[in-house]
Design a protein around this ligand. Structure first.
Ligand SMILES: C[C@H](CCC(=O)NCCS(=O)(=O)O)[C@H]1CC[C@H]2[C@@H]3[C@H](O)C[C@@H]4C[C@H](O)CC[C@]4(C)[C@H]3C[C@H](O)[C@]12C
Length: 325
């Protein structure tokens, strides 16, 4: 399971939790403007926008999980098992393989609205990267500082939804996730009032009772409701420290602790492998990992963005403890 998030204070921030039981050796990866992007079915992009994000590089190609370009456009792929349905090549369409989708979008577009127009021609074609990296069932959140989309290639075709929450988790499809929120409209950040019966007296014995009923389990439908509630009610100052802290707190509200979600075998548990938060205005990509609560940052503008070579930074994974004595 995963959770993607877009959040605006003075600057715009975009990131995600990556929840999985193993790692593909992902690194913070910068693709500079002259890295030659080649695609399977559409023309290459020898020059393009620079990108920073989390990726596994294979055969020299950056397989992005999430990323932001130098114009502030961002995109993340999240698991979408049994619903993702990629198509055969179509002659009248722009045929993009799923693993190319993030690079193809971030390489050339500046805004969500531009992407939305381009998506009317896009066909997510069923071409895997190679035998070592078979097809992933994904859907995507695409955001800028103004708006977000959810993009899903399902049996009935490519579905592009306006995403007013700036949140994406996993199954079910985005229309059902949105509909489910109707069940939570009674939740409040204020103390509850007695609508139960005027013949009974109740005691608001604890703070937070207005949101009793907000799910706390780790299923994707529950994480969606929880992340939307937390984000929509989120209040923070506008400094970098306050904004970043709030962003990681929202992601923390739906993080996965080892032991709570068993997958497959005896000792296999899904955990939040990393949480990321990119300041999309400054191009600084911040992350924490399961065992490294200290925020680590990479500034895309500190490398030569006109070069042709990928630059990557292995994750700092152990705790960085600041001792007082
Ligand atoms: C599984 C990851 C999403 C996290 C998530 O939702 N996990 C929940 C798993 S489950 O529902 O509970 O089973 C996704 C996000 C990005 C994906 C990766 C990126 O798409 C980049 C490449 C793409 C290649 O086709 C496959 C390997 C891969 C390296 C992908 C592996 C995997 O599918 C990733 C890492």
């Amino acid at each position: 399971m995963c959770t993607g998030l877009s959040y605006t204070t003075k600057n715009h921030y975009f990131g995600r939790n990556l929840d999985l039981e193993f790692s593909y050796n992902e690194k913070v990866t910068i693709t500079p403007r002259n890295f030659p992007f080649e695609f399977r079915r559409v023309p290459p992009l020898p020059t393009h926008h620079a990108i920073i994000g989390m990726a596994t590089t294979a055969d020299g190609f950056p397989l992005y999980y999430d990323g932001t370009n130098e114009k502030g456009l961002s995109m993340a792929g999240l698991n979408f098992p049994d619903n993702a349905d990629y198509k055969p090549e179509a002659a009248d369409k722009t045929n993009i393989a799923p693993f190319e989708f993030i690079p193809w979008v971030l390489a050339q577009f500046d805004t969500v609205t531009q992407v939305e127009t381009a998506l009317t021609k896009v066909n997510l074609v069923d071409i895997p990267f190679n035998d070592d990296f078979p097809q992933s069932p994904l859907h995507w959140i695409i955001s800028d500082s103004d708006r977000s989309l959810a993009v899903e290639s399902v049996r009935s075709g490519l579905r592009v939804y306006d995403n007013p929450y700036g949140v994406l988790t996993n199954n079910p499809t985005f229309d059902i996730q949105s509909f489910n929120l109707n069940n939570y409209m009674h939740l409040s950040t204020n103390p509850p009032e007695n609508n139960f019966s005027d013949q009974l007296r109740f005691d608001t014995y604890s703070r937070g009772m207005g949101a009793i009923g907000l799910p706390g389990d780790l299923s994707s439908a529950s994480r969606f409701a929880k992340a939307v509630f937390t984000k929509m009610n989120s209040i923070s100052g506008t400094s970098e420290s306050e904004s970043l802290s709030q962003f990681f707190q929202i992601l923390g509200s739906v993080a996965q602790q080892r032991g709570c979600v068993r997958v497959g075998g005896e000792d296999s548990y899904e955990i939040t492998i990393y949480s990321s938060c990119c300041n999309t205005d400054t191009g600084v990509y911040y992350y924490t990992t399961y065992e490294n609560s200290q925020i680590t940052g990479v500034d895309m503008h500190k490398v030569d963005l006109d070069s042709e070579e990928l630059v990557d930074y292995p994750l700092t994974k152990g705790q960085q403890i600041a001792m007082h004595n």
